[in-house]
Design a protein around this ligand. Structure first.
Ligand code: GNR
Ligand code: NI
Length: 164
């Protein structure tokens, strides 16, 4: 049980491409626990290991409204993307910024669980948006990269000024 520090844009470490997980041991289990603790504390509906400066392909998500439904995905890969949907997004690494972003409406992914077992999942709605947002973190991308260059400049300036 540990809450880790979340990196903030424009920290260059957020631009790191995360490496595949090859060892499914207790270190991965405790990383997932820490990521969930950090996500719930924030609070957020998703977190990529990149955001806590761990450059491994691990994401956690909980988009549920009532009961806690923690999910984790190791080495996630997008297999199918169908349709387009616009949603207002935010990011724990870009505090105070909320902008419309368009993404696939329905997705199918393949991933591994903490035991290394491969599984597939189909998602739509907020869960699909969140999973796509998290996978992009693992490739060093942020949702603000999809905005106009003018908006990107303003966001960078604003965050450099407040330096949370
Ligand atoms: O908490 C979060 N909310 C959110 C809202 C809309 C689209 C994506 C997200 S993910 C974000 C947490 C986060 O930064 N994950 O990387
Ligand atoms: Ni994010």
């Amino acid at each position: 049980m540990a809450i880790r520090t979340i990196l903030h844009h424009p920290d260059e470490r957020l631009r790191t491409r995360a490496a595949e997980v090859t060892k499914f041991d207790e270190n991965i289990e405790s990383l997932i626990e820490d990521m969930l603790d950090t996500m719930y504390d924030a609070p957020g509906i998703g977190l990529a290991a990149t955001q806590i400066n761990i450059h491994l392909r691990v994401i956690v998500v909980d988009c549920s409204r009532e009961e806690k439904t923690p999910m984790h995905f190791i080495n996630p890969v997008l297999l199918e993307e169908v349709g387009i949907e616009e949603m207002k997004e935010g990011c724990l690494s870009v505090p105070g910024v909320f902008e419309e972003v368009s993404r696939a409406e329905k997705i199918k992914i393949k991933a591994q669980n903490a035991g290394g077992t491969v599984f597939e999942l189909e998602a739509d709605g907020l869960l699909a948006v969140c999973i796509q947002h998290e996978i992009e973190h693992l490739d060093g991308k942020l949702f603000v990269d999809k905005l106009s260059t003018l908006k990107q400049k303003r966001i960078r300036k604003k965050l450099e000024k407040i330096k949370l």
